[in-house]
Design a protein around this ligand. Sequence first.
Ligand SMILES: Cc1cc2nc3c(=O)[nH]c(=O)nc-3n(C[C@H](O)[C@H](O)[C@H](O)COP(=O)(O)O)c2cc1C
Length: 195
Amino acid sequence: MYNTKEINQLIRHRRSVYPVQYVEGKVIDDTIIEQILENANWAPTHGRTEPWRFCVFTGDGLKKLAQFQAETYKKYTPTEDFKENKHQKLLDNPLKASHIISIGMKRQASGRIPEVEEIEAVACAVQNMYLTATAYGIGAYWGSGGITYYEEAKPFFDLEPEDKLLGFFYLGHIEKPSPEGKRAPVQEKVRWIKG
Ligand SMILES: Cc1cc2nc3c(=O)[nH]c(=O)nc-3n(C[C@H](O)[C@H](O)[C@H](O)COP(=O)(O)O)c2cc1C
């Protein structure tokens, strides 16, 4: 029904491509970003809660994000854990990207679906974004460092206390591609039961 050879290749050749590998200053067409978001929206979702929530930062929005995450890190990190090089990275890294999409999970009020399943649904949405970016030849990477798990960061990304910030999806045109990926054989992770 589909070209399985191409789909196998797409999945197996998808790599994380980091901001240092992007062409600085080269902006991805918003129509591609819209396709990436549209495909995210087609992830599986238990109970049709569709819990993924995104904010898209580009242009001066990237400066706002950089400023916010650096300030938040400085303000809410205990002095003994604070690292100046990390602070600087939070200021610099966003400016290397074309777009950054914050990855949020919106908790449904009823709590009927277990929280872990809502996180899983968002992870499926992110994989859709990864694969779509790969298909368009765009570099992408899911980062969960910096202020990802800072409670104080949530309102900036339109998230409430019961929601979760799960990280940031960086996007950019590729200057230096990632090397081939590596995985241990799947057979080591699977047990078949046939009777
Ligand atoms: C939930 C999640 C969070 C991640 N967070 C980070 C991160 O904070 N920093 C980082 O360098 N890579 C992060 N990654 C990317 C992984 O490092 C990457 O997927 C892994 O090295 C395998 O490489 P590949 O994506 O090219 O196959 C994250 C991946 C996932 C799934």
